[in-house]
Design a binder for this molecule. Structure first.
Ligand SMILES: [Zn+2]
Length: 254
């Protein structure tokens, strides 16, 4: 009985977007902690990752501190920007990036399109952040109940106007999910996850800038999914375990 309760509790907690145990262990996340050092986040992208995770924990637990939004903070920003992370997010109005990660003005460099679909201008925007702003962390952020992915799942034959660009970009993930999930609800979740994974892979291999920066470990590129119901962001385990510092090869050398 006790064990059953524990298992049920664990399943519920995990389903609500908490970090996977392996992710917690690799990033050395502490349960009772809500803050990561801000200056370190600019120098070390792994601190940036922790900073986003702790910020989201504050938001999801109703403990947001709304940092760096005072008049003095705005005045400081006149001197320039130094964001510690780039977020590639969906345009969905329910996923406001600074709010869900509890970050302030000047912290996040963001590009948002429906289904976080990227094209040439997005690539240039992301490369600008890593090359000229020295931002060392990139997060592809999908979310549950994504309307763009839902639309792509219907495989519409003639989407109007430029919407066809979005549908075509998400179509491979939709087809994968339709053939690998046993229910429609599971298929949507799988397509959302697969779409993020493909976008992460695309950026990691994007030549000539990001592929080099990712391979050298200068820039981290990870995927995450926001849960609209709980407010929690789950960082996808396989995108964290495959980071250069944690990859099988690196681990074997230690
Ligand atoms: Zn969406």
């Amino acid at each position: 009985m006790g064990l059953t309760f524990l298992l049920v509790s664990f399943t519920c907690i995990y389903a609500h977007g908490q970090q996977h145990p392996k992710v917690k262990s690799l990033l050395q996340l502490s349960d009772g902690q809500y803050f990561a050092d801000r200056d370190s986040a600019y120098l070390d992208p792994y601190y940036g990752l922790k900073k986003l995770i702790y910020g989201n924990k504050r938001f999801a637990e109703n403990k947001s501190i709304k940092p760096r939004q005072t008049d003095a903070d705005l005045k400081n920003n006149e001197l320039g920007q130094k964001p510690f992370a780039t977020i590639i997010g969906c345009a969905d109005s329910r996923v406001p990036n600074e709010i869900i990660f509890d970050q302030g003005v000047g912290d996040l460099f963001i590009t948002r399109t429906a289904g976080q679909v990227m094209a040439e201008a997005s690539y240039g925007t992301i490369e600008y952040a890593t090359e000229f702003l020295n931002t060392r962390l990139i997060v592809v952020l999908g979310h549950e109940s994504c309307g763009a992915v839902q639309a792509a799942m219907k495989l519409p034959p003639n989407p109007p106007g430029h919407i066809v660009t979005l549908i075509n970009a998400i179509k491979p993930a939709s087809i994968y999910a339709k053939t690998n999930a046993d229910t429609d609800a599971k298929a949507l979740d799988l397509a959302i996850r697969k779409n993020v994974l493909e976008q992460v892979a695309l950026l990691r291999n994007l030549e000539p800038v990001l592929s080099r920066q990712f391979a050298s470990g200068d820039v981290l590129i990870v995927g995450a999914i926001y849960n609209l119901h709980t407010g929690s962001v789950e960082f996808i385990e396989e995108t964290v375990t495959s980071l250069p510092k944690f990859s099988e090869k690196e681990m074997a050398q230690k």
